[in-house]
Design a protein around this ligand. Sequence first.
Ligand SMILES: Nc1nc2c(ncn2[C@@H]2O[C@H](COP(=O)(O)OP(=O)(O)OP(=O)(O)O)[C@@H](O)[C@H]2O)c(=O)[nH]1
Ligand SMILES: [Mg+2]
Length: 209
Amino acid sequence: MKTAPKSGFAARVGIGGPVGSGKTALIEKLIPILHARRIDLAIVTNDLVTREDAERIRRSGLIDPARVAAVEAGACPHTVIREDPTLNIAAGDELEAAFPGLDLILFESGGDNLASTFSLDLVDWWIFVIDVAGGDDIPRKRGPGVVRSDLLVVNKTDLAPHVGVDLPRMLAEAAAVRGGRRVIATSLRFDHAVAEVADAICEAVLLTK
Ligand SMILES: Nc1nc2c(ncn2[C@@H]2O[C@H](COP(=O)(O)OP(=O)(O)OP(=O)(O)O)[C@@H](O)[C@H]2O)c(=O)[nH]1
Ligand SMILES: [Mg+2]
């Protein structure tokens, strides 16, 4: 559902999920697809006590490094995307001031647990990324991130045969606990279904595809 941007004009989309599920990898794969659609983009990353993910994206050559901002949470990552998102809101506002034509800002949360959610003071819409290597029981555990996110991404599908995961069952259980809200299975390693995630973002917050 399209909602009004939280401040300024750029739509703000959160990307959360457990440590190592593929949040930064998703951003790296989305950037060229969104650029090809002429979407004016910036990124805010969150790490515990470093700027590691921001530096990784800046070094990637995928986007102007000035369009990548870093927030150091200094505490459990959800505190700065939910309880007090002031630092992230300010980072988004600074990017909008520096790049007045911005259409979209992606906010990557630091890796967190299944209870992690985004404040709707910060984002218009948010994605939760889990991966098959975390176990096919993750959806059944009904964490708020899995249940309440606008889009659930189940990543690393290429690893399912190697970790004994029944992927169709995992996806069916994910759909069931989400009451029909969208689930997309990706393999970022093999660029599988990234365009579908881009479509979902564009449809939800940019009214375009
Ligand atoms: N096999 C496989 N590996 C993947 C896939 N997506 C990501 N990875 C790998 O998983 C690891 C973690 O990916 P990241 O993108 O850094 O994960 P993250 O969620 O940003 O991690 P944190 O920010 O530390 O929480 C990296 O080694 C990636 O190369 C995938 O679809 N398949
Ligand atoms: Mg990351």
